[in-house]
Ligand binder design. Structure first.
Ligand code: TXA
Ligand code: MG
Length: 313
């Protein structure tokens, strides 16, 4: 059921049930993080492999650091600069964080989301919430309550409706486990912005900026319709129905369906529209989708990452 009742959401979570809720990035599928059985349901409902750890959401930096075994000046500076907001920090965990949340790792991913409804929920519940994106594993992430309803509505009791997500791509995941902070997933907080606060960071092998062949990417964020990057070879043939996902207005001759993510080529606007537009194209029975890749800076890095993974089938 789609609802705006924080009270009902708190009640369900306290009883070990799952609740989908809005964040500024994408909708999350939440369970009380310290309740291992409730968290296990997340994996069942998402059909997510157990070796993929979850992000734990809390209302304040204090609550985040309470789940971490150490507290560094570096983590504090990042928290001050970016929380609430779309930055996830990977820190050493305290034993109370269940193995099912972290896939048995000694670390935990933590973030304070910026969406007012997510914060209201976390404050009212007064407990950390483990939540991946509220979509079936590997599929396009949800940025509206209706997306969650379409994917998982039959299996979860409540979807909190907080409107369309403002950022539209997931949080940036940064590990502080090693001497040098390491980017594990590009996301809605730009690498440039992080580096302006803490200086140069490393990029983990396997993150797109480090990859030479897109074949090394695992399929994720994928529409059901095959998708490929826009190029001379991917132009529509005469007998095909091809959809175009464009960052900005461009020639659309020959396409059966077109989504333009920003009328001015603004990457923040494009990110916010990305997953909704992909879902719309995916519902139109196209033979394939071609996508224009944005420039590799700011949030464009995260858009590139999601599109490149969506192109892997
Ligand atoms: O914006 C977001 O981050 C959204 C909203 C709901 O907060 N959540 C999200 O969760 O995207 P999910 O589960 O789809 O992605 C979690 C990412 C994965 O790439 C996972 O591998 C990484 O965080 N992660 C979680 N815990 C980790 C850990 N202990 N060490 C390294 N990576 C971790
Ligand atoms: Mg996800």
């Amino acid at each position: 059921m789609i609802s705006t009742s924080i009270e009902d959401a708190v009640h369900l979570l306290q009883n070990g049930q799952l609740v989908a809720f809005p964040t500024e990035t994408v909708y999350g599928l939440g369970a009380v993080a310290l309740n291992a059985q409730a968290v296990a349901r997340i994996f069942e409902v998402k059909r997510r492999p157990h070796f993929d750890p979850l992000i734990v959401h809390v209302a304040t930096a204090e609550q985040a650091f309470a789940l971490s075994a150490e507290r560094s000046r570096l983590a504090e500076r990042l928290a001050e600069a970016f929380w609430p907001g779309p930055l996830t920090l990977v820190l050493r965990k305290i034993p109370a964080v269940p193995d099912i949340v972290t896939s048995g790792l000694g670390s935990v991913a933590l973030r304070v989301p910026a969406h007012p409804m997510a914060l209201q929920l976390l404050v009212a519940l007064d407990a950390p919430v483990a939540a991946p994106s509220a979509n079936r594993f590997g599929r396009v992430s949800p940025t509206q309550a209706a997306h969650v309803q379409a994917d998982l509505g039959a299996e979860i009791p409540l979807i909190l409706d907080g409107g369309a997500c403002q950022k539209g791509v997931e949080s940036t995941v940064l590990s502080l486990l090693n001497e040098r902070p390491t980017l594990l997933r590009p996301g809605a907080t730009a690498r440039e912005d992080i580096e302006s606060v803490i200086g140069a960071i490393a990029v983990a092998p396997g993150t797109p900026a480090q990859l030479h062949s897109p074949g090394q990417l695992t399929s994720h964020y994928a529409p059901r319709t095959p998708m490929q990057p826009l190029s001379l070879e991917s132009l529509p043939g005469a007998s095909e129905r091809v959809g175009l996902l464009a960052m900005q207005p461009r020639s659309t001759a020959g396409y059966a369906a077109v989504e333009v993510l920003s009328s001015t080529g603004n990457l923040l606007e494009a990110a916010a529209e990305l997953f909704s537009a992909l879902r719309r194209l995916d519902s139109q029975h196209l033979d394939r989708i071609v996508c224009e890749m944005p420039p590799e800076h700011g949030i464009g890095v995260a858009i590139n990452d999601r599109l490149a993974r969506g192109c892997q089938h």
